[in-house]
Design a protein around this ligand. Structure first.
Ligand code: AMP
Length: 309
């Protein structure tokens, strides 16, 4: 089973109440790929500039991520994002976005990336997401986006959403996209655009899954150490899609597989926030993931009981 991801490959400068980092490795495709690499074979598609070197590639390659579809643009500069978080770490404030090599990027998937059974269209300009979807023969495709693209390229985003199976968005973005203040109504409205599953990411409060059959929700793990939430959404998506490795023709996942994927996604997001950038996830072990999954199970378990008389 293989999974192709397109999305930003970035340098991020981030400030949180717990510290700051300048030009650390980031981007939606990078956070996603590292998280998904614990579950399946991952291939990253996207451009980088002259400032992206062996050190950054090594972070991905050390986790077995295939980097041969990362295109080096001579004379170019890598995508750059600067942001900060105040005390409410659920809200990222963007201070600067420089598309750089993404501005003129024309994706060209290698045969191996086209043929991967699953595709993740990470947060990037929606026309690029559509272009990649069309080149891919994946049985199952998921998409993430953000407020910038909802505000500036809504029609292109809606067209991209029509071509995928699963939509992952923050709850606020889901409301913004659909104009529906109620999350359940917003998720149903998003499903009308095409996808059969909608995941609302809710920061420290967890995530909710909506399908035609019903809904499911998982809380965020109560963590004492949250240093940098950047990439949590992509790490969630990496754990979610990476663990959905039972993609059959047509990509029909049963409810149990989707629920399990919600737990793996939450586990990967919970690791991501414990340190800056990719620092925690790139050094994770499989046994740590297993332990965290067990923590989620304990957190959400209760015995069925009668209402006391
Ligand atoms: P998240 O998982 O939602 O926290 O996404 C974090 C990543 O999104 C960061 O590593 C940024 O490099 C990346 N990012 C921020 N803004 C954009 C954008 N407009 N397009 C693509 N990627 C972005």
């Amino acid at each position: 089973m293989a999974l192709t991801v397109v999305g930003s490959i970035a340098f991020d400068s981030v400030r949180t109440p717990f510290g700051a980092r300048d030009r650390m490795l980031g981007g939606s495709a990078v956070h996603f790929a590292l998280a998904a690499s614990f579950f399946t074979d991952v291939r990253v598609v996207g451009p980088v500039g002259d400032d992206f070197g062996a050190e950054q590639l090594e972070v991905l390659e050390a986790r077995g991520v295939a980097t041969d579809d990362i295109e080096h643009v001579p004379g170019g500069e890598t995508f750059f994002w600067r942001g900060h978080y105040d005390h409410d770490m659920n809200v990222a404030h963007t201070d600067d976005t420089q598309l750089n090599v993404f501005a003129d990027f024309a994706p060209k998937l290698s045969p191996a990336s086209r043929e991967a059974q699953m595709l993740f269209l990470g947060n990037i300009q929606p026309d690029l997401q559509r272009d990649v979807r069309r080149q891919s023969s994946a049985a199952y495709a998921a998409l993430d986006s953000m407020n910038l693209w909802i505000e500036t390229t809504r029609d292109a985003l809606v067209a991209a959403i029509a071509e995928i199976d699963c939509l992952l968005l923050n709850d606020a973005e889901l409301r913004m996209l659909t104009g529906e203040p109620n999350l359940v109504v917003a998720a149903r409205a998003a499903m009308q655009l095409g996808p059969r599953a909608v995941v609302a990411k809710r920061g420290e409060y967890g995530a909710a899954l909506f399908t035609p059959e019903g809904s499911f929700a998982i809380p965020g793990l109560p963590l004492e150490e949250v240093r940098d939430p950047t990439g949590a959404g992509d790490s969630f998506a990496g754990g979610f899609l990476g663990s959905l490795n039972d993609a059959r023709a047509g990509g029909d996942h049963d409810e149990a597989a989707l629920r399990r994927a919600m737990a793996f996604g939450s586990a990967m997001a919970s690791f991501n926030v414990e340190d800056f950038g990719t620092e925690r996830v790139r050094n994770l072990t499989e046994s740590e993931i297993g332990e965290r999954l067990a923590e989620f199970k304990r957190l959400t378990h209760f015995d069925a009981a009668r209402v006391p008389a």
